[in-house]
Design a protein. Sequence first.
Length: 224
Amino acid sequence: MKKLQNPVWQSLKESHQHFLIDYQGVKFYDPEICIFGAFENENDTSNALDEYAKLADRFFLVCEHKTPTYNSETILLEKKIDGYQMVLENNVSIAITEEIVQLTNKHIDEVYDLIWLVMPGFYQKRGFEMGTYYGIFKNNKLVAITGQRMQTDHFIEISGVVTHPDYTRKGYAKQLVSYVTSEILKEKKLPILHTNKGNTAITLYQNLGFKITRDMNWWLFKKK
């Protein structure tokens, strides 16, 4: 599917158009929602990065294989994260033994705090608005979550797969990813996800029926 080659771009063109900030064809999310951007022509990115840097100090451009251009006098390339895109090939059903709860606005702070505990740095609190989140509670404490992020008319991305360090190795992430995958399929959309290369969770995703389909690179820029 061609749309999978540029998922941020396609999401902002379709389901997430209401979050769009556009700089002459370079598309960004409202930074209160998500600090991702995407492009089709790498020669268009330099001015767009300068403009977006007025709104966000750090942000990503996401692409399969192109190299964005930028003004080194105003923008610093902090790092490039080499990642994979994974797409569901064969849905593998597993037993759901935990109570999985659909999270609501009253859980926003708990979701934010748990993600920043495990993966500090980039998640925006209003990222909760990008899709539906699900969680597992123990003793009234949110200990594991999985949510939805980028989406179009044809696919929904699974993201925010996070477990509190005190509750790992109990199968919570596996059950949540399986559950969210099933919910996406009910909408007759394709479940996808993104992960950095070398992530130990790749095996978990493969065991649930996901297949690595392409590289997906994340260019992290910082305003000087």
